[in-house]
Design a protein around this ligand. Structure first.
Ligand code: SF4
Length: 66
């Protein structure tokens, strides 16, 4: 199985919101800064802080309703 391509679309830090459909990057909130708008030049490539968003089908993710 090949690793998924790195992009903001599958990054755990991307969040819907902001001024465009590209969303916000919440990585900066983890280092005490405000969320940032994701630039068009970055969204399809990701950045050095990229981390794969966990799948909701991942058995490691516990069901919050349990
Ligand atoms: S800018 Fe980097 S950390 Fe932020 S959502 Fe995109 S890949 Fe993830």
């Amino acid at each position: 199985m090949t690793a998924p391509a790195k992009s903001c679309w599958n990054c755990r830090y991307q969040k819907i919101g902001g001024k465009t459909f590209l969303g916000l990057c919440t990585f900066f909130a983890t280092v005490g800064k405000d969320n940032k708008e994701i630039p068009p030049a970055v969204v399809d490539l990701g950045c050095k802080h990229w981390q794969l968003r966990p799948s909701k089908d991942d058995p490691a993710i516990e069901d919050s309703d349990a």
